[in-house]
Design a protein around this ligand. Structure first.
Ligand code: B16
Ligand code: MG
Length: 213
C-alpha cells in the first residue's frame, strides 16, 4: 500500500523549464552556441554542471573547470532573477488540490528535486510548510538516475521505499525511482516516460485511485 508520495519539483509542481531555458539561452548566445528549445529537453532533471556540459558539447567547446564554474554561476544568477519573481499562480493546475487531498488522507508528501534552488522556488509558491520532507540538490551527492534523492526523502518520512510513489517528468528521475524500488508515475509525454508504471498528463482531476498499483 502506498503511504507516501514524492514529487519532483521542476516540471511536476511548476514549469521552471522555461526559466532554465531563458538563462541557458542567454549563456549560449554569449558563447556563440546555437541552442534551441529542443536541446533544452535534454537538460530536464539533469544537474546544473551536467547541463552546461551538454550545451558545451552542442557548441563543440572545451573549457577549463574554473571557467565552467564561472559560466554555471552566471547562468544561475540570471535564472534566480526569474524565479525570484515567481508567483503562487504558477503552481501547475490541480497540484495544490491533489497535495491537500493526500494530506487529508494521512499520506506523507515530499519533494525530491535535483535543483539547488528548490527552497527558493517553494518559498515563492508558498509551499514550504505542506511537505513532510524536502530533499534538494544541496542535500545529495549523486544525481538522478541515482536514487539517493528519493531514498533520503523516504528515510526522512520513515516510510519504506516500496510504499512510496514518485511523480517525475524526466527519464532520469523515473529510472532513479525504479532503482530505489519505488512505484513511478510519469508526468507529461507518454512516449518519453514509457518506463513509468503509470503516466498522467497533469494533476487536473486526478484522484487517490491513481495510487492503487
Ligand atoms: P539548479 P528537478 C532539475 O530539477 C531541473 O529539471 C534541471 O533542468 C536543472 O538543471 C536541475 O534541477 C538543477 O537545477 O541549477 O536550480 O540547481 O526536475 O529535479 O526538480
Ligand atoms: Mg523535473
Amino acid at each position: 500500500m502506498i503511504k507516501a508520495c514524492i514529487f519532483d519539483l521542476d516540471g511536476v509542481i511548476v514549469d521552471t523549464a522555461k526559466y532554465h531555458y531563458l538563462a541557458w539561452k542567454r549563456l549560449a548566445e554569449e558563447l556563440n552556441i546555437n541552442f534551441n528549445e529542443e536541446d533544452n529537453e535534454r537538460l530536464k532533471g539533469v544537474s546544473r554542471m551536467k547541463s552546461l556540459d551538454i550545451i558545451l558539447e552542442i557548441g563543440n567547446i572545451t573549457l577549463k573547470e574554473s571557467e565552467k564554474l564561472e559560466f554555471a554561476d552566471k547562468k544561475n544568477k540570471w535564472y534566480r532573477e526569474y524565479i525570484l519573481k515567481m508567483e503562487e499562480t504558477e503552481i501547475l493546475p490541480g497540484v495544490k488540490i491533489f497535495l491537500n487531498q493526500l494530506k487529508q488522507n494521512n499520506l506523507k508528501i515530499a519533494i525530491g528535486s535535483a535543483s539547488k534552488n528548490a527552497l527558493t522556488i517553494l518559498q515563492r509558491l508558498n509551499l514550504i510548510d505542506i511537505f513532510d520532507s524536502i530533499i534538494d540538490g544541496n542535500k545529495v551527492s549523486k544525481a538522478k538516475p541515482d536514487p539517493e534523492v528519493f531514498i533520503k526523502a523516504a528515510q526522512e518520512m520513515h516510510i519504506k521505499p516500496e510504499e512510496c510513489v514518485v511523480f517525475e517528468d524526466s527519464i532520469a528521475g523515473i529510472q532513479a525511482a525504479k532503482i530505489g524500488q519505488m512505484k513511478t508515475i510519469g508526468v507529461g509525454n507518454h512516449q518519453t516516460l514509457k518506463e513509468a508504471d503509470k503516466i498522467i498528463n497533469g494533476f487536473k482531476n486526478i484522484d487517490l485511485k491513481i495510487l492503487e498499483f
